[in-house]
Design a protein around this ligand. Structure first.
Ligand SMILES: Nc1ncnc2c1ncn2[C@@H]1O[C@H](COP(=O)(O)OP(=O)(O)O)[C@@H](O)[C@H]1O
Ligand SMILES: [Mg+2]
Length: 311
């Protein structure tokens, strides 16, 4: 946990980055679809801190915190280890609440993506068996997981999840218990209705289906430059799934995902431009500067799809 003064200082630096669009004063550990994770030292220890989308008031923050705790407990009860994670809050004068999810900073060599880059075929299989087993045991119509490789860390013979800030839990009637409006704040206002109606339900439903989570995980190995593992991983996954996945489906999925991701980042950059330069408002997210995303072999022509964006 961060000392309060360190949290306040970190938040000042993050807020500065939001109002200038310049994150050079921060040590960003990773960018996801919505948030970025920033390193911070406090009490002689290093931490990884993710600022969540802003909460309008205390009641929203309380509801989110309770669901977050329930999600962590649910994952653990279903056999998925979770990286120690705690929420730390800062109350704003206007009544809104900022929440950071704080975790110990994990050594890069423990991250599943890094491990896979230098593992033998045998080690890679063992790692994937662990991830795949955890996904299939935990995911259900009520419990969703984003199982992409970037969200796992190796913990002895097992794996643990590090990306736990989207508590994907549904009630018995199939309704999301998480208030998706919080995360829709990351979507530019003109396209928000479209996302609310189509994108959110399809993404969330995919993450509540073990097969959907697995397709997403295997397809996105390409993004990490790990596509040589796709064949062996499909074999492992297909031993466990009732409806097998094939390489064509994975390639098609990745090509679609890469297009959506590019469009999504372009949209967010427009939104940031409008808010910072035309409306004079801060843009409350950090966006990646230069993106390298590996292309699916056979989908685009080259090894890389050349999707590189400079600020
Ligand atoms: N505790 C941590 N220690 C080290 N790196 C981390 C930690 N948490 C996240 N990261 C890095 O930041 C990336 C994004 O974090 P994640 O929680 O998956 O956020 P997102 O919701 O944006 O996907 C991770 O894939 C990882 O590389
Ligand atoms: Mg993630």
């Amino acid at each position: 946990m961060l000392a309060l003064q360190d949290l306040v200082a970190l938040d000042a630096a993050v807020t500065h980055a939001f109002s200038t669009g310049d994150a050079s004063g921060l040590e960003v550990l990773g960018y996801g679809e919505i948030s970025a994770v920033v390193a911070c030292v406090s009490g002689g220890q290093s931490w990884a801190c993710k600022r969540l989308p802003p909460f309008p008031g205390r009641a929203d923050a309380d509801r989110y915190s309770a669901l977050f705790d329930e999600y962590l407990a649910t994952l653990q009860a279903r056999g998925v280890k979770v990286v120690p994670s705690m929420l730390q809050r800062l109350a704003r004068d206007d009544g809104s609440v900022v929440i950071y999810c704080v975790q110990p900073l994990l050594l890069a060599e423990r991250l599943a993506v890094q491990i896979l880059k230098r593992s033998s075929e045998l080690e890679a299989r063992a790692l994937f068996e662990a991830v795949c087993g955890r996904i299939i045991a935990a995911v259900s119509p009520q419990v969703g997981i984003d199982g992409q490789l970037s969200n796992w860390v190796v913990d002895g013979d097992d794996v643990a999840m590090l990306d736990v800030t989207t508590p994907m839990l549904k009630d018995a009637a199939g309704r999301n218990r998480l208030d998706m409006e919080l995360f829709l704040a990351a979507v530019p206002p003109p396209v928000r209705p479209l996302f609310r109606r189509y994108v959110v339900p399809s993404v969330v439903d995919k993450y509540h289906d073990p097969r959907g989570v697995t397709v997403d995980l295997i397809a996105n190995l390409t993004k990490e430059g790990l596509e040589s593992h796709i064949g062996p991983f499909l074999q492992i996954a297909n031993r466990r799934l009732s409806q097998p996945i094939d390489a064509v489906e994975v390639r098609r999925y990745y090509a679609g995902d890469a297009r959506v991701w590019t469009a999504w980042q372009a949209l967010r950059r427009c939104d940031r431009f409008v808010r910072l330069n035309l409306l004079g408002q801060p843009y409350p997210f950090l966006l990646p500067g230069r993106i390298e995303r590996h292309a699916a072999a056979g989908v685009n022509s080259g090894q890389r799809d050349g999707e590189q964006v400079d600020e």
